[in-house]
Design a protein around this ligand. Structure first.
Ligand SMILES: [Zn+2]
Length: 145
């Protein structure tokens, strides 16, 4: 599959303004509201937090040894949790994957959830609207690798 190197469309998580950024950008500022914006992927490989929020237009992956503690998590590119997520509110623009060793807590809004056998989920509200963030017009995030 060809690697996508052109600009990609992102949506500001502050004001929902949509604009293009370089596919290699990790952060930028939104031309709509001038606030700093994370657009890169976040890889959590150890303890991160407790944070007030972790938001990105990219993807958040939590590895087996990773532990993410945050009040609000927002990842437009989706969330892949193989470790621990402890949150109050989680928003994802695409499918959330909960791996077989994961331990998840947090009210989740995502268009799809893939829960693998063995995943532990503490009581949480799961909402699966078809378009939680108004993001469905965005192209699919490129698969890593
Ligand atoms: Zn904005």
């Amino acid at each position: 599959m060809a690697r996508h190197l052109g600009p990609r469309l992102v949506q500001c998580y502050h004001c929902r303004h949509r604009f293009e950024v370089s596919s290699r950008a990790q952060s930028t500022s939104c031309p709509g509201c001038n606030k700093a914006l994370m657009v890169g992927d976040e890889h959590i490989t150890k303890l991160r937090g407790p944070l007030k929020e972790l938001r990105t237009c990219g993807r958040i992956t939590v590895s087996k040894r990773g532990r993410l503690i945050a009040e609000t998590i927002e990842a437009h590119g989706g969330i892949d949790c193989q470790g621990i997520i402890d949150a109050k509110k989680v928003l994802s623009g695409t499918t959330v994957t909960l791996g077989p060793k994961c331990d998840y807590h947090g009210d989740l809004t995502a268009p799809a959830v893939e829960m693998q056998k063995g995943a532990k989920v503490k009581p949480s509200m799961f909402a699966v609207p078809s378009d939680p963030l108004g993001l469905t017009e965005l192209p699919e995030a490129g698969e890593s690798g």
